[in-house]
Design a protein around this ligand. Structure first.
Ligand SMILES: [Fe+2]
Length: 494
């Protein structure tokens, strides 16, 4: 079958078959679309007549050149060079693109069927496939799926905020675009550097014996490895699973974030008719880079979150340190909030919000005069009115911190009552943020079950009795019911 090849910088960058005819031009309905302003919309056509192939210029502005000579029509011979705009094509009678698929990028020292891609070798060359005349709708859909997977992984950090779900999401996206029998995400321990399988598919597959030579190439040299002939590849000699499970084709690529190798993506296949290609290796290498950056970003985000929480805890503990009665109140409320959220199976986001708001719910007390705040007895009306300012003061403090607007709102409304008689805004029912309604129950529960200057602490049962009596007026009935259920099952007991 005759073929035409595009030359880029003197090298053949792709090749495809020519059927009976092939039209070339800038418009997308040409068989070969060349998006070059120097190429006419319908520039030229190659047509078979008998056993010969002719090229005909279609009245192009800048001309069609064969071996440097402008032509209107010419019979082509094998090896002829065709110049159209900035593109150089060669006409060949026989060349099967598949014969060169795994020869590229190898050198004499590498085993048969092995390709290694280094960081600097990576290019999205397969984008040039868009110019292939035999590029089908299916190829196009597959390419779009691959590109969208890369894009998704690049943005995945905005969706997944814990490493377990992030790694699972990455694995699922690899499964979507790479056809393999087994998939492994291995993560390197940050302390001792050892690799462990973080997630795999299918789940029931046991630990695999991945060649240490391959892992060394991936981890130490940061290179991607492809083998399409594992049984004759001396790097897999010690990997028993290759032999016992008849694995034919293997790809291992680094999970890379800049210069740091965080782990390895490893896939393998037993199907001898479906060997991994160089394009697969390029795609998996790109996924390894995007995933590595996402994993590293999540680690930085989690470190930052830990630092922020410990700072908040220290700040709140320092504020409460001088009060023998309220000392530890916010930390206990946060602990109850966490347990109640988990017992009620609230989402991770809501749980995190409630826990943080619990730590900070009384931060506004920083603006209450000490003589009122530390008064040993009950408040008179004026003192009570001053104390009631603390949720609004807390809101003002937190709403000035970027990213804390939601927490500020939860804090503002933690003394609202379900019947609308609370403060500061007299908000009613479900207008009160859910997190504030939940916090309200826990706040009162902790206050009732700790000593106060004017009374001794109540037992949990007595506190629950009081909370029950105030359900519907002070507290949201749904939350009270959930709270009591969780108390009854013990997860709230400290
Ligand atoms: Fe409060």
């Amino acid at each position: 079958m005759d073929r035409i090849s595009l030359l880029t910088n003197g090298d053949q960058s792709f090749s495809f078959r020519i059927g009976e005819s092939l039209s070339i031009g800038r418009e997308e309905d040409n068989d070969l679309q060349v998006p070059d302003p120097k190429v006419s919309r319908y520039h030229c056509v190659l047509e078979r007549e008998g056993n010969r192939m002719f090229i005909r210029d279609l009245g192009s502005s800048n001309g069609t050149f064969v071996n440097g000579e402008r032509v209107s029509q010419k019979a082509l011979s094998g090896g002829d060079t065709i110049q159209i705009g900035e593109s150089t094509l060669t006409y060949e009678r026989t060349l099967d693109i598949n014969t060169r698929q795994f020869d590229e990028g190898t050198d004499g020292s590498r085993p048969h069927g092995m390709t290694v891609i280094g960081k600097n070798d990576f290019r999205m060359e397969h984008l040039t496939d868009l110019y292939r005349a035999d590029f089908t709708r299916r190829d196009f859909r597959r390419m779009l799926e691959r590109l969208s997977t890369l894009f998704e992984i690049g943005n995945i950090i905005n969706v997944y905020r814990n490493s377990e779900s992030l790694l699972e999401a990455i694995l699922q996206r690899i499964i979507r675009v790479i056809q393999a029998d087994r998939y492994f995400l291995l993560i390197r321990d940050e302390k001792d550097g050892t690799l462990h399988i973080a997630t795999r598919y299918p789940e029931q597959v046991g630990d695999t014996e991945i060649s240490s030579t391959v892992l060394k190439t991936v981890l130490e040299e940061g290179k991607s490895v492809l083998s399409t002939d594992t049984l004759h590849d001396n790097r897999f000699l010690e990997a028993k699973s290759i032999i016992t499970q008849s694995i034919k084709s293997v790809m291992s690529v680094p999970l890379r974030s800049h210069e740091k190798i965080l782990g390895v993506i490893h896939v393998d296949s037993r199907d001898p008719t479906s060997l991994f290609s160089r394009d697969d290796l390029k795609l998996l290498t790109a996924i390894g880079i995007n995933s590595g950056v996402a994993i590293e970003n999540l680690r930085l985000y989690e470190d930052l979150k830990r630092l922020f929480r410990s700072t908040v805890k220290s700040l709140v503990a320092a504020l409460e340190a001088n009060d023998p009665y309220t000392g530890g109140h916010s930390e206990r409320v946060a602990e109850y909030a966490l347990r109640l959220s988990e017992c009620l199976e609230l989402s991770k986001d809501i749980t995190e919000r409630i826990e943080l708001a619990a730590y900070l719910h009384d931060i506004g007390k920083i603006g209450i005069p000490k003589e009122v705040l530390n008064k040993p007895g009950r408040f008179n009306d004026q003192e009570a009115s001053i104390m009631r300012r603390h949720p609004a003061i807390g809101h003002d403090i937190l709403s000035n911190v970027s990213g804390m607007e939601t927490i500020a709102k939860i804090v503002r409304h933690h003394h609202e009552k379900f019947d609308g008689t609370g403060y500061p805004d007299g908000m009613k029912g479900e207008d009160i943020p859910f997190e504030s309604r939940l916090l309200c129950v826990i706040d009162v529960f902790d206050a009732l079950t700790t000593d106060r200057p004017y009374r001794k602490r109540l037992s949990h049962e007595e506190a629950i009795k009081i909370i029950t009596s105030l359900t519907g007026s002070h507290f949201d009935p749904g939350i009270t019911e959930g709270f009591k259920r969780c108390m009854a099952h013990g997860p709230m007991e400290s």
